[in-house]
Design a protein around this ligand. Structure first.
Ligand SMILES: [Zn+2]
Length: 80
């Protein structure tokens, strides 16, 4: 049987109890749509996990800064 670990409660659950919520976070980082996306796994039978999935941030600030820094460098290169 396939099992997945919930990103919210961190319990390992059977496949049919886990859903995936894809969120586009690009706008939060000032990036074009589709640049920064996350897939949050959550228990579809637990209210706490369903709510938690909407606010969970898997993309940490450190990664966001790296994405922005790389984007900035690419921009500079194009202008040169
Ligand atoms: Zn859960």
């Amino acid at each position: 049987m396939i099992t997945w670990t919930c990103h919210i409660c961190h319990e390992e659950r059977p496949d049919d109890r886990i859903d995936v919520l894809t969120t586009d976070l690009s706008a939060d980082f000032g990036m074009p749509a589709g640049t920064v996306k996350q897939n949050v796994r959550y228990c579809n039978d637990r209210e706490m996990c369903r709510i938690g999935a909407r606010t969970k941030r898997l993309v940490h600030d450190a990664l966001a800064r790296k994405v922005l820094a790389d984007g900035h460098r690419a921009e500079v290169k194009e202008r040169a």
